[in-house]
Design a protein around this ligand. Sequence first.
Ligand code: SF4
Length: 227
Amino acid sequence: MKDYESYSPQSLLEEFIVSASRPVITSSFSVNSVVILDMALKIKPDIEVVLIDTGLLFKETYEFAEQLKSRWNINLIVVKPELSLEEQEKRYGKELWNRDPDLCCKLRKVEPLDRFLESGVDLWITGMRRDQSPTRKNLGKVEIHRLPSGRKITKLAPLADWDRKKVWNYVFKNNLPYNPLYDKGYTSFGCVPCTSLPVSDDERSGRWTGKGKLECGIHTFTEKEEI
Ligand code: SF4
């Protein structure tokens, strides 16, 4: 494969989006997502933008997603778990996220995303960065991943070599909106029960704090092909 390390996020998105048959962006509506959306919508205004709705996201995130949807006319696809929260509680007991967060993430995030990616998606774009977490330090800008079914998919991380400062500079320079949770002190957020204010300089230190978990699983359930 070509060496894409020197490509800018815009040129990487341009090269891959135009040649994909079904490109999608998964978005947590974080500041990274906003940057990716701003760039990608200029290339393909109707690109599918996927929100994995666990039913447990912050109200600010739901409102911000709606705000961006109308402001940028986003083709927002909301992907939901098979089980409602009530059904999950009935089957697995109360507050599964406290007892078995890996299973909870599998049911509410990983399986819904897997089903969605299996519906013909060939390009998966994320806003991941290497400096976000030790689990992301070797992130490639372009990776080939195998879904559990064996089907291959291209995974793109155009901001892999950006840092937090560069992301915020882009947001301010381009006068982009951002999730109001940042103004409340959050540096990374997902579901309410598993998100707290950061406990260190590590921007993901407020996720599953004290549970020894760094990733929800959506970025680890596929198998990366070594090229
Ligand atoms: S982040 Fe927490 S509440 Fe959300 S799916 Fe994972 S374990 Fe469940």
